[in-house]
Every structure is written in structure tokens, then in C-alpha cells.
Design a protein around this ligand. Sequence first.
Ligand code: PMP
Ligand code: GLU
Length: 400
Amino acid sequence: MEKRNSLHLAKRMASLEPSATLAMAAKAASMAASGIDVIDLSVGEPDFPTPAHICQAAEAAIRSGKTKYTPAAGIPDLRKAVAADYSRRSGLTVTPAQVVVSNGAKHSLHNAFMALLDDGDEVIVPAPYWVSYAELIKLCGGRPMLIETSIDDDFKLRPEALRAALGPRTRMLLLCSPSNPTGVVYTPDELRALADIAIEADLAVIADEIYDQLVYDGRQSPSFPTLRPGLAERTVVVAGVSKTYSMTGWRIGWTICPEPLSKAIGNLQSQQTSNPCSVSQHAAVAALTGPQDCVGEMLAAFQNRRDLVVGCLSKMPGLRLPEIGGAFYAFFDIKDALRRGQSRGIGTSSQWCEALLEKEHVALVAGSAFGAEGHVRMSFAASEQKLKDGLARIERFLTS
Ligand code: PMP
Ligand code: GLU
């Protein structure tokens, strides 16, 4: 009998892909470390420092000994602050018991899938989708059902497409608005049409609202459960401080959902990670309860950058992009460039990104990582100067 490696991987790991966004950022960072002038527009991470009053709250927490285990679902002050902030902004009343604080919104998503999915349960995921959704669903035994959307529809899931995707094993619908990777924001009416089908088909809904405060031109991005009566009972809202307060490294996100489920997620977490970082939780309390000017200031900067990026990209030959209403991504169609690049061995979005990185030292993420070959994603969470340089290099690459 052939001897197996005693550290052979479990079946669930066999198809697990590493995060393409983080992989590209790591590659760009290692090129930069070797002295190359790389412009990294790959990862979606605000470039602003975490506001000073938030850092000071963390320092105070350390000095006053808040450095021990906390309750598994988060410190009472933070659960209270999340519930109060969400209730105030959404108009729905939620209690602190409905909030579970986790190690970033990515962890919150994983918790929600773990708590809700049985083996073989299908989750409808509109594509393009954020890289981690499909992998996390699979890790939890679920099956991501990727539903293609079109740039002509601004990459929005249409009600007919949702209806057509329903089957006997459909358990859940996953929505992300404002969207990573497309930057598109659904209107309340568009979300209501999807909500009606979710209610009719008795689906659970994961509403990833991590970019809900990053919306442009005075748009509103109402929380999904506010759109129809009865939605709150079937929805898990996922959000956090990473994007709104430029706190990606602090690792604080949360789920908001009805109490029996939130208790289960808390129990899961008590076995899994004990609790989110205690110091970070105190920082997050300061983020939510302190002055909010920083949010408006960063939003204004992101909107200016959006204008700059859209202005430049839309003038470049053959590129197409949807209307960017929120988040900080431009997701553009490069099929025309790929047709022209074929003869030089640049026929896929991933080859295109590799060639761009090699020739012009600009890091973007291939659309294939988001389930949308023929596109690429650019993060505009970078300084205006970097964006201008990066855009000039992209244009040179396109016309070379
Ligand atoms: N959801 C979306 C749509 C995101 O873009 C991100 C960013 N990584 C996350 C969740 C996870 O956020 P966090 O950094 O808080 O884990
Ligand atoms: N959400 C960001 C992105 O899409 C951060 C990286 C990640 O967590 O994947 O780039």
C-alpha cells in the first residue's frame, strides 16, 4: 500500500484558493521591498491613518489593563455602541444581544456561514463577487451558486436572474452593496425586488454592508432589513470598522441578526477564537461613539479620487466601467485590450495584470478572482498622486 504523507491535507483544503487580493498586495510589497517603484492599487484598504482619537482610546485601554480575555461576543460597551449606531442610522431598533463582534468582517461572514449552512446548501452569489465569499461558503460545506451579471446592468442582480437561480437546495442569498469589487450601489427599489423573492422563497440573506457609509453624490444605502417588513428575521447584516474608520489592521467586524442566531454565533466564537482583540474593541467603541468628522473627510477624499479615476479610465481606449456609487473600486472591462494582446500571450485578465505589473509596476487584481474574467479591479484607496501616476502607466500600457 502506498504510504500517505502524515500531514496530507484534509479534503476541504483541496480546492481552497488563497485570497487573490492579499496575494497581489503581498507581491507588490515584495517588489517594493526590493527597490522597485511599484504603485499598488490592488488591495482595498484605506490609506489614511486611523484617526488619532481612536488610537488614543486604544493606548488608554492598554494602560488601564484592558488586556485580558473579554466576553466571547464582545465587550458590552462595543455591542451597545454597534446596536445604537445601527439603530440610529437604519431606524430599526436592534439590541446589543443581536450584535456579535468578531475579528474583522471576514470572520463575521465565516461565522454566519458556519452557523447557517448545512452540507450541500446553496448560496446565491451575484458575480462579480468579493474573492472570499465563494471560498468561505465552500469551507462551511455550502455551494456558492455564482450568478453572472452584466456590465450593461451595472453588474446588478436582476430579479428574473434570482428567480431563475432558485432550486430545492437554495438556502441563502448574499448581497454586497455598495459592492466590492464593482463599486455599484443598488437602489432601494432594486433591493426591494430582490427582497420580495427572498421572502417568497424563504431564503436567509447575508447583507454585507461594510461600505454602507462610503457612498457618493449624496446617495443613500439603506440597510437591507429596513426595506420590507419581515426582512430583519431572515437577514444577517455584516459590517465593521475596517473601511469606515480606516481600521483594517485592528480586525473588528460584526454581525447583527436575530437573537437565537446571534447567541449561536457567540457560542461558536467562544470555542473558536475566545474573543476579538480586547484593545481593538476599545478602539472601536471610540470610533463609533467619538466625533464622526473623520468619516465625512475620508468620504470626501474618496469621492474626489473616484472622480479622478472615472475621468481618466473612461477616456482610455476600449475600457468600460459601470457607475461607481460607493466603496473604492473601479472594475473595468478589458476585453478589447485582451483581444489585441492575444498575439503577445496576454489573453486573460490574470496575464494582463501580470504584464502590467512587470512592465509598468502597477498592481491591480484580475477579474477572474472575482468570477468575472475579462475585467480587472483597481482600488482607489490611494493618494491622488499615486492614482495619477498609476493611471498614466495604465494608459501607456494600453497604448503600447
Ligand atoms: N466584505 C467586503 C465586501 C470587503 O471588501 C471586506 C474587506 N476585506 C470585508 C468584508 C472584510 O473586512 P475586514 O477587513 O473587516 O475583515
Ligand atoms: N476587502 C479588501 C479587498 O478586497 C481587503 C483584502 C481582503 O480582505 O481580501 O481588497
